[in-house]
Structures are given as C-alpha cells and as structure tokens.
Design a protein around this ligand. Structure first.
Ligand code: SAH
Length: 399
C-alpha cells in the first residue's frame, strides 16, 4: 500500500467527476465537485478524492473559474521543479522522435503533455511560452528555471495575449522578455526547406501557425500550375508554399496590414515575390467581389480564425463558415481544389461536413474529399480530452 501524504487539501468529486478523471479528462468543472475546502486560493494544489475518500489525482485550482480544478498527475506529487523538469524532458523526447523538418515547433502542448495551462514553442534556439491558468502563473519562476536547464535557450519570451487568460482572470498585456535580446523585431525560421520571418513578440499566437506546418506542405503538393487564392493568409504560409511548389500564380488576402507586411517579406525571402500578389481586405467582401468580377481559381485556401469561441455562438459561426465556403466553391473552376480549415474545437468535423454539403448544394456543384487532416504532430491529441483536437483541414476536389 502506498501511503499518501496528507499535505494537500482535498476536493471531493461526485461519481461522474471521478469517472471522467479516471478516464483521463483533466478539467474539473463545478458540477462534478461535491465539497471544496473554504480557504483555497487560486493556484493551490489539491488532492481530488472520491466520496469514499479514495485518492484519484492531484491538480491545482481556481475557485473563481467554471473549471475549478485541473489535474496534472495521477500520483500524489507536488507541482514543483522536479515535476516540471520530468514533463519537459518527456515532451522533448517525444518531439525528437517526430519527423519535424523545422527549426520551430511546439515543445509543450498543455494537457497533451500532462500539464494543463502551459504552452511552450521553440523558435530556433529560443523559447516563447504562454501561461493560461493561475496554477501555472504562480509557478512561473520555477518553470523558467527549468526551461533554462532543459533547453538552454538563447531567449525566453512570455506572450500574455492568449484569449484563454481572460477566462482565468489573468492580466492580458505586452510580452515579457525573461532572457536574451532580440537583434531584430523579426526572426527567421526554416520550415520544410522554406524560410519565414516570425514576429515572436507581436505575431498571432506565439508568432507562427505551427499547427498548419504539415498541412501547408501537403496542400502545396497539389498547387503545381494552379491559380491559387489564399484567403486569411496571415504571414503568407500557404501561399508562399504553393508559389514555391510551382503554382501558376497566388493571390493572398488578409485583413491586417501588419501580417501582410510580413507576408510580403516572406514571399521575397523565398524568391517567389513575382508570383504572389496581396489584397488587404475583409474576406467576406473580397470573396464576393472577386466572384462578381469573374475571377476564377484552380485552388482556394480558407484558413479563417476561430469563429466559434464558445459553444454558445455555434449558430452564427456556422453562417460564417457556410458563407466563405460557398463563395470559395463558386470561385473554383471545375476540377479545382478547395482547401478549407477550422481551428475551432466547437465546430466539429460533423458540422464541417454538413456545411460543405450545403455549400456545394447551394452552389449547384459536386465535391469529392481527397484528404482530411488535423493539427501537426507536435500538437498531439488526447482521446480522453476531445478539446485537444481543434484543427481540421479538408482538401476537396470540386466539380
Ligand atoms: N493561413 C495562415 C494562418 C491564418 S490565421 C498560416 O498558415 O499562417 C487567420 C488570419 O485571418 C489572420 O491573419 C487574421 O488577420 C485574418 N483575418 C481575420 N478576420 C479576417 C477577415 N474578416 N478577412 C480577412 N482576414 C481576416
């Protein structure tokens, strides 16, 4: 019998909560909790036990959040240096075995690497991280120490603008450079033989959409000799890959000047600036405008931001997805390829299929799906936590 230390206070879980946690679900919502000690503070470590008093897991809490607790281990251990170091090393070992041909990848993906609330991305020999919960925030200094030891990074940057921070009551603000100095605003990464400027301080997420890395490569394999429209292009990703892989021409659209400036630099950096032109505009309007103008394409790529931030707004988001997919389909010549993505967990693959079916019907066209892809392997998925699978990308031939 292992004798468990009594140092942590206990949260008693109802039966359903016990069952979910035992199956590997790491979030404890209020409805699964029977009793909570009164004086718990945000970020405290607790033991989760069943109504019979049996130990289930350890986690940290935020009594003010709907997700009152998050599990980080199934044995009775503290959230300390030793734990973080062993998790980092495991995460790094996992990445070393993956076929990632890039100097930038996600080294630590929160729940999927065992510790909810922490994301760490590697850009060359530097690290950019995001803290999403109080439990992690309170131990930030020790986490930075462990980063030093495990990765010996040349810089450590903390981004504090992740959308999840607000829900936890964490301050949203400017990035903090904990270590090192950036020579330039932009750094250059190598990805699948291409080069990209990345704005690690102010770019979206931690600077680059790492999760689409393999999808950019696969999609570009279909682009040879095609006239490509890359909508929601951000810093140029899909479009630059396609131009590099022999696309006849690429038109890239985004609403933000800031990302378009970097996208243009990325086109030049890869020697394809003469084959890409850029449009600054709202995708919803631009797709209509191009359609009315009579422009037609052999490939349209849609990689929108998450329209469904919560389960409450699925309906309006569905209209958004329907609208852009409808116009993308209308813009395609027969035999053209629609590449369409969603990074919202709430927009499930079933809903996605439904939207595509309806859009094809409304456009009086037929489609045939070539491939359905997900987020890159450095963003692994837990079967026990469907929330960890958020990115879907469909490649479909359209007639
Ligand atoms: N495909 C990119 C990532 C796309 S992220 C890559 O591989 O790197 C989504 C992008 O959509 C962001 O750059 C954002 O600026 C842009 N965006 C958001 N709303 C938009 C709109 N209504 N019209 C056009 N672009 C929009």
């Amino acid at each position: 019998m292992i004798k468990l230390s009594r140092m942590f206070r206990e949260i008693v879980l109802r039966r359903e909560g016990v069952a979910r946690v035992k199956r590997g679900y790491l979030w404890i919502t209020k409805k699964w909790v029977k009793t909570v000690p009164e004086d718990l503070e945000k970020g405290d470590v607790v033991r989760f036990v069943g109504e019979d008093g049996n130990f289930i897991a350890v986690g940290y809490v935020n009594p003010e959040s709907y997700i009152v607790g998050r599990v980080y281990a199934y044995s009775n251990r503290d959230f300390d240096t030793e734990l973080v170091e062993s998790y980092f090393r495991k995460a790094l070992d996992y990445r070393k075995k993956l076929p990632i041909a890039s100097s930038a990848y996600r080294v630590f993906f929160s729940e999927s690497d065992g510790l909810p609330g922490l994301i760490v991305d590697r850009y060359n020999d530097g690290l950019v991280f995001q803290v999403l919960t109080y439990g992690v925030e309170r131990r930030k200094d020790l986490i930075i120490d462990v980063m030093e030891r495990v990765f010996s990074p040349s810089f450590i940057i903390e981004r504090r603008d992740a959308p999840g921070r607000q829900l936890e009551g964490l301050e949203v603000g400017d990035p903090i450079i904990h270590k090192g100095r950036l020579e330039d605003d932009l750094i250059i990464i190598e990805e699948n033989g291409l080069s990209f400027y990345v704005d690690v301080l102010k770019g979206h997420k931690t600077g680059h959409y790492l999760d689409q890395r393999e999808n950019r490569r696969i999609v570009s394999e279909f682009a040879r000799d095609r006239k490509v429209l890359d909508v929601f292009c951000n810093t140029g990703g899909f479009g630059v890959y396609c131009a590099k892989n022999g696309a006849f021409s690429v038109t890239s659209i985004d609403i933000s000047d800031r990302v378009l400036d970097i996208a243009k630099k990325n086109a030049t950096l890869n020697g394809v600036e003469d084959r890409i032109d850029f449009i600054k505009g709202n995708a919803f309007d631009e797709l209509r405008r191009l359609y009315k103008k009579g422009e037609r394409y052999d490939m349209v790529i849609l990689d929108p931001p998450s329209f469904v931030k919560s389960s409450k707004v699925v309906d309006s988001a569905l209209r958004g997805y329907f609208d852009i997919n409808l116009f993308a389909i209308k813009l395609l010549r027969r035999g053209g390829i629609l590449v369409t993505a969603s990074c919202s967990y709430h927009f499930t693959l079933d809903l996605f299929m439904d939207v595509l079916e309806k859009a094809l019907y409304s456009a009086d066209r037929r489609g045939r799906i070539i491939d359905i892809r997900f987020q890159a392997m450095d963003h692994p998925v837990l079967p026990s936590m469907p929330e960890t699978l958020y990115l879907k990308l469909v490649i479909m031939e359209v007639y």
